[in-house]
Ligand binder design. Structure first.
Ligand code: GLN
Length: 459
């Protein structure tokens, strides 16, 4: 049924970069046999899941939607993928994304763009646009995305599904191809808060092979949802962000309605302002490119991935090659042809900001501001349990609308990058439709390691 659904939507939506038809059928048969034989089944036995193509899979390609890795199949599974498989889930395929997770529309993919199932002329968001569309189109109830600055929450919002970015360190990053190592985090995207809780349960936990994963007990998330009680819970409303110019009326209404729902359930509404939020986007767009430029230096044509036949002369960069030595020419040509333009833009910005003479003015300064941003969250969470606000300034925008305007694209991350800079968990929840019938969402954020609180409040 899943594979048939994928076959039906893939030609128009293009949510997947790879579909594991045979492997999925075999895995499903194996579950059937176990069931018939009365053997005990693991908790997610037979559950079809889709995995963003930035997470390593030993039996499927892992392209990061880049020509650089078009023919790359890793030798191992990412820890979160291995954990899902061990829990019985069937990985049915890999999902499309912005190249190396850099973008907010899935249009920078080298595998073609993904369309929003609600309106095919609009983007599903990004960078986990394929993972969001795969769930929204009904092919799978659960997918795994990654979120460096909003890439789970923004596409979840645009596609009317639920998406959770866990605390930095809650889920292992082993096998997650690094974009910005201090910000990246994998998380579940699903039809409901319950489904996302089930996904997180399987993914979360300490991994001794990832030094940034946190050794902290994983609570029973479904029990937390079942036992929820909003009486006396303090909800901090981020009024500054809601009142900003350019926030769509439908999004303001959604947040106001959520306030009312929480109040009716006995929660207390508190006005909160995160003082340094105007600096979130500038800080993020220094730190993320710096880390990206360093991480992406490993794609040199030598270790793995695309290698340009540097001897070729029928190439736009042939004049440049003529001036360099063969090894350097191979590096240059592999990177020039392997990476798309948004990735190159990030590498240029990051390299610039890290270079001698600029390091203190940009990178070091951004790190200092990041501390202030984290402190804002710590202060806010002394007074409130959960923060409520928007995910995005607007519902899904049109394909092509922002692709030639990097600043406009970066401003999609206005409300999401704070959680990454501070490392706190955040969830995007569907909150109805606007007048055009497009999904609208709200965001909740909680203190580090408080995913259970987030899921309970979300439910
Ligand atoms: N849109 C942001 C960026 O382009 C976030 C991407 C992400 O979370 N992977 O960097």
């Amino acid at each position: 049924q899943t594979l048939r659904a994928i076959g039906a939507i893939q030609p128009t939506i293009n949510a997947y970069t790879h579909v594991a038809y045979e492997a999925a059928l075999n895995a499903a048969d194996a579950v059937d046999q176990d069931r018939k034989a009365g053997r005990p089944l693991p908790p997610l036995a037979g559950l079809p899941v889709a995995i963003k193509d930035v997470l390593c899979t030993s039996d499927m390609p892992t392209t990061c939607s880049s020509n650089m890795l078009r023919n790359f199949t890793p030798p191992y599974d990412a820890t979160v993928v291995a954990k899902l498989k061990r829990a019985g889930a069937i990985v049915v395929g890999k999902t499309n994304m912005d190249e190396f997770a850099m973008g907010a529309s899935t249009e920078t993919s080298a595998m073609g763009l993904t369309r929003n199932p609600w309106d095919e002329q609009r983007t599903p968001g990004g960078s986990s646009g394929g993972a969001a569309a795969a769930v929204a189109a009904g092919t799978v109830p659960l997918s795994i995305g990654t979120d460096t600055g909003g890439s789970i929450r923004q596409p979840a919002a645009f596609c009317g599904i639920t998406g959770l970015k866990p605390t930095y360190g809650r889920c292992s990053r082993l096998g997650l191809v690094a974009f910005a190592s201090s910000l990246d985090q994998a998380g579940p995207m699903g039809w409901s808060v319950d489904d996302v809780a089930i996904g997180l349960q399987a993914m979360a936990g300490y991994d001794p092979a990832d030094s940034t994963s946190v050794d902290h007990e994983v609570p029973d998330y479904q029990a937390a949802i079942a036992g929820r009680d909003m009486k006396g819970v303090r909800i901090g409303v981020l009024r500054d962000s809601i009142d900003q110019d350019g926030v769509a009326p439908a999004i303001r209404t959604a947040v106001a309605e959520a306030e009312k729902v929480f109040t009716d359930l006995g929660a207390e509404i508190v006005e909160v302002s995160l003082q340094h939020s105007p600096y979130w986007v500038p800080t993020y767009y220094v730190i993320a490119p710096c880390e990206a430029s360093s991480n992406l230096s490993r794609f040199d044509g030598a270790h793995y991935g695309y290698r340009h036949a540097a001897a070729s002369t029928e190439d736009s960069i042939a004049p440049m090659l003529a001036k360099t030595q063969p090894l350097e020419a191979m590096y240059r040509a592999s990177r020039a042809n392997g990476f798309g333009s948004e990735v190159k833009r990030r590498i240029m910005v990051g390299t610039y900001a890290l270079s001698e003479g600029y390091y203190d003015a940009y990178y070091n300064q951004a790190l200092k501001v990041r501390r202030l941003i984290s402190r804002d969250y710590e202060t806010a969470f002394e007074d409130v349990d959960v923060l409520l606000g928007p995910v995005t300034p607007s519902p899904a925008f049109g394909l092509g609308e922002n692709i030639d305007d990097p600043i406009a694209m970066y401003l999609c991350d206005l409300f999401t990058v704070g959680a990454n800079l501070a490392g706190v968990p955040a969830i995007s929840l569907p909150a109805g439709l606007d007048d055009d019938g497009l999904p609208v969402a709200i965001q909740l954020q909680a203190p580090v390691m408080q995913e259970a609180r987030l899921l309970a409040a979300g439910a």
